[in-house]
Design a protein around this ligand. Structure first.
Ligand code: ADP
Length: 481
């Protein structure tokens, strides 16, 4: 297939279920993605010069009328929605998540294009009352330039869309480095953007293997063509990238790991609290940065909560292939994460946690939904980001005590609590050291609201009207009259 933008895509489907995809862009980038029948993905980047392509396309894109840019973003939304089913199948095959969740994620991705298409027309500046009669002061918003966007595998299209939609709306051009576990979803996303009329060079995708990722990351950080780096992923990699953006003084946005407390107070509606904990813990098989990581339950309702939670786990959770009907728990993404998870559980049990459910490897990368009680704050399950279908319950006695425990972490992404005591609701919402709070509600993420953390969970916001700020400068202009 030779596309309009000078991009050549060759898809070879050989016998034995082997698929080879070669993408050669006009800008001289050669990316080879090989997907074997066994589900193994090998990606080789031969040359990386895409940030030059993005820089070349920048002037044209930023000078486009804001209404015209918005029209293209609306069109991307439409293309994503039209291709929702096809993209969802590939997404589910790559990532393992249930098809329903994958389809929902494509809708989530589309929502950011709609939102930022609308917001792009509202990037207002200010007129500032001048202290001097001979001067007039105003501010305007201007795009930053080329944006490098590095994204994880847990929301293979949602995380890309949240960044790309904001960057394009602000007038930036992009280089996306998707996760090595989910490159094909990223390439399908790029195809949808191309079909929607995003001009050549405005959006570039560079998949690469895990072995080459540092090289690509270092190149993007060092490149003077790249003005802003936005990363979603682990805290360790975020710190690595942060330190490498110093020499070129890049703008930086980081969405890093979470360690969400989920607190159930005595006045809580237990039915809603159990439903909320189930949704927060087991959505995406626990592989989200806002998943409930430590579930604190007041001692007066602890046993009742545990008994209802166990029943809900037994009744609702079905493990298997994401493409199979009725499945809501897919596999763990890869062996590295699987081994990490097993170690966290085993080390916690060997230091005294009680295994109420699960703790079993079910073959391949499938891990049984697990419940641990009697967890203490020194166990790995309470100190590390679990990133898997493992619920850890910690009893508490007093509000001050649980707030202290909840804040005893260097992460501060999301936090949840269930209470029907209105004074307590205000106190706790204000006291939690996190960027997002769910009060009697586990699902907080939406394109209209700011997503981002405190402490080592990151820098900056995504989504909402604030999401544009990461990709634009505020320029002050002073007129002498
Ligand atoms: P996880 O451990 O969950 O895979 P990572 O933070 O390692 O999370 O990965 C998130 C994204 O960051 C992926 O796209 C991955 O390829 C990328 N990544 C990992 N290490 C680096 C690096 N040194 N430079 C640039 N990107 C990186």
């Amino acid at each position: 297939v030779v596309t309009r933008a000078g991009v050549v895509t060759v898809v070879v489907v050989t016998g034995a279920g082997v698929v080879t995809v070669v993408v050669v862009t006009g800008a001289g980038v050669v990316t080879v993605v090989v997907v074997t029948g066994a589900g193994v993905v090998t990606v080789v980047v031969v040359t990386v010069v895409v940030e030059k392509a993005a820089a070349a396309a920048y002037e044209g894109w930023r000078r486009l009328g804001v209404k015209e840019r918005a029209a293209i973003l609306f069109k991307v939304r439409d293309c994503l929605l039209q291709e929702k089913e096809t993209i969802a199948i590939i997404l589910s095959r790559e990532n393992g998540k249930p098809l329903g969740e994958a389809t929902g994620e494509v809708g989530f991705a589309a929502s950011f294009f709609e939102w930022f298409a609308e917001e792009s027309r509202r990037q207002y500046g200010d007129t500032i009352p001048s202290p001097a009669p001979s001067k007039r002061l105003i501010t305007v918003r201007q795009p930053v330039g080329v944006a490098a966007l590095i994204t994880p595998w847990n929301f293979p299209i949602g995380m890309i869309a949240r960044k790309v939609a904001a960057a394009l709306a602000a007038g930036c051009t992009c280089v996306v480095k998707p996760a090595e576990d989910t490159p094909l979803t990223a390439l399908l996303f790029a195809k949808a953007c191309e079909r929607a009329g995003v001009p050549a060079g405005v959006l570039n995708v560079v998949p690469c293997s895990r072995e080459r990722v540092q090289e690509v990351g270092a190149a993007l950080c060092a490149s003077p063509s790249v003005q802003v780096l936005s990363f979603t992923g682990s805290t360790a990699v975020g710190k690595w990238l942060y330190s490498r953006c110093g020499p070129t003084v890049k703008k930086l946005a980081l969405e890093l790991g979470g360690d969400a407390p989920f607190i159930v107070f005595p006045s809580a509606d237990l039915t809603r609290a159990v439903e909320g904990a189930m949704a927060s813990k087991f959505r995406n098989t626990g592989q989200t940065c806002v998943s409930a990581n430590r579930i604190f339950v007041h001692e007066s309702i602890h046993d009742e909560f545990v008994s209802r939670f166990v029943s809900a786990m037994d009744d609702e959770l079905k493990v298997g292939s994401g493409l199979q009907k009725g499945i809501n728990q897919g596999p763990i993404i890869n062996q590295r994460q699987f081994d990490r998870l097993v170690k966290i559980v085993n080390d916690s049990v060997s230091t005294g946690a009680k295994m109420v459910r699960g703790g079993l490897s079910l073959g391949g990368l499938f891990y049984a939904p697990t419940l641990l009680t009697g967890v203490t704050m020194d166990m790995p399950v309470a100190t590390e980001e679990i990133f898997g279908p493992v619920a850890a319950i910690i009893p508490f006695q007093k509000e001050e005590e649980v707030i202290r425990l909840a804040n005893t972490t260097d992460k501060g992404l999301a936090g949840y609590f269930y209470s029907n005591d209105v004074s307590q609701v205000w106190r706790v919402a204000e006291a939690l050291e996190v960027g997002m709070v769910g009060v009697n509600e586990p699902m907080v993420s939406t394109c209209e609201a700011p997503f981002g953390g405190f402490k080592q969970s990151g820098v900056g916001k995504e989504g909402s009207r604030h999401g544009l700020d990461e990709f634009s400068h505020l320029k002050y202009i002073c007129f002498g009259i």
